[in-house]
Design a protein around this ligand. Structure first.
Ligand code: NAP
Ligand code: GDD
Length: 329
């Protein structure tokens, strides 16, 4: 039985990856930071199958302990302060978790279990103000937010540990990937949650920022398969994972509203508060290398993704509405 240690296991990707590894027969250890109110929403259905270890990416001692307990064959470092907008209001915390946290995790592995295979969750956000389109593994980085700067550090320290210590360390440069488990502040989920609220009569407007930004959006369930594939290769390497299609935020909004028979122009309000100090205007990935070497391919299309997320939010909110009605009557 293979053993995997996952950081960020309560997040969107951590939950899909845990499911995948459990299905494959892995023993899954999940690093979880202490919070005053436990948040197992994404992993409630598999909570009892995961071995939980307390720890924090900023606390090296806790990571050493986690590696000692789990003795992993594979480590997936998914934990991060992952919301770009917050990285301007909390730049130092972002650097401590999203940048230095990677070195902490690599050090814990190097000291305790150096033969473990290591996956680092790098990001297309590193391409930022893009210098070529589409973006691939060789495209230079031009980060545009404290988050992206931190991710560039995390990427290069991973490459450096591979080259310095011969560790099996891979960096997955993943373009945006979404799902019904996406955090509510990210634009896709904010839109599908907003559409569901408007459709159910719980809200009458949706306030958004820049509708012209373009992203290469895929489904998170497809992307975690690429993470696993990277660690099954003979040699460690870095890979771009993307769909090769780009869409504006406006297109996402149009599809989500029209799917429930509404015209987005009647409800969407542009709000300066959601405009970023520096924007990433266009992301479009070229994942030829992953297709050829990993045999990875996307399964869920852009339209299917939007509809899946709208359906899930309508179902979730309808259930909580009827629960409230039930409690009142
Ligand atoms: P997410 O939903 O925001 O999950 C982040 C996870 O990190 C949560 O489990 C969170 O725990 C944990 N975490 C945060 N700070 C921590 C700390 N100090 N110590 C330990 N755990 C901590 O993110 P995601 O969308 O699943 O993304 C997973 C990773 O891929 C992240 O590194 C992200 O930056 C990167 N990435 C994401 C995308 C994307 O489009 N989703 C694209 C490229 C790269 P709590 O539950 O306690 O908050
Ligand atoms: N969040 C948010 N809220 N974004 C908005 C809004 C809004 O109201 N209105 C417009 N946008 C625009 C943002 O300005 C940005 O251009 C785009 O929508 C996407 O924003 P997010 O969904 O917050 O994601 P992101 O692209 O900044 O970052 C995500 O993808 C990265 C990979 O490229 C995150 O998951 C990162 O962790 C990840 O690395």
């Amino acid at each position: 039985m293979k053993r995997a240690l996952i950081t960020g296991v309560t997040g969107q990707d951590g939950s899909y990856l845990s499911e995948l590894l459990l299905e494959k027969g892995y023993k899954v250890f999940g690093l979880r930071r202490r919070t005053s109110t436990p948040n197992f929403e994404n992993v409630e259905h598999i909570k009892d199958q995961i071995e939980w270890i307390d720890g924090d990416l900023t606390d090296l001692a806790s990571l050493i302990r986690a590696v000692e307990i789990s003795q992993p064959d594979e480590v997936y470092n998914l934990a991060a302060q992952s919301f770009v907008a917050t990285s301007w209001s909390q730049p130092i915390a972002t650097a401590q978790i999203t940048a230095l946290g990677v070195t902490n995790m690599l050090e814990a592995v190097r000291l305790v279990k150096p033969d473990a295979r290591f996956y680092q969750a790098s990001s297309s956000e590193m391409f930022g103000k893009v210098v070529e389109t589409p973006q691939k593994e060789t495209t230079p980085f031009y980060p545009r937010s404290p988050y992206a700067v931190a991710k560039v550090y995390g990427h290069w320290i991973t490459v450096n540990y591979r080259e310095s210590f011969g560790m099996f360390a891979c960096s997955g440069i993943l373009f945006n990937h979404e799902s019904p488990r996406r955090g509510l502040e990210f634009v896709t989920r904010k839109v599908t949650d907003g559409v569901a609220r408007i459709k159910l009569g719980l809200a009458n407007e949706l306030r958004l920022g820049n509708l012209d930004a373009k992203r290469d959006w895929g489904f998170a369930g497809d992307y975690v398969k690429a993470m696993w594939l990277m660690l099954q290769q003979d040699e460690p390497d870095d890979y771009v994972i993307a769909t090769g299609e780009t869409h504006t935020v406006r297109e996402f909004v149009e599809i989500a509203f029209s799917y429930v028979g509404l015209d987005w122009k009647d409800y969407v309000v542009q709000d300066e508060r959601f405009i970023r100090p520096a924007e990433v205007d266009l992301l479009l990935g070229d994942c030829t290398k992953a297709k050829e070497k990993l045999g990875w391919k996307q399964e869920v299309s852009f339209e299917e993704l939007v509809k899946m997320m709208v359906d899930a939010d309508i179902e979730r909110l309808s259930k909580s509405q009827s629960k409230m009605l039930y409690n009142v009557t």
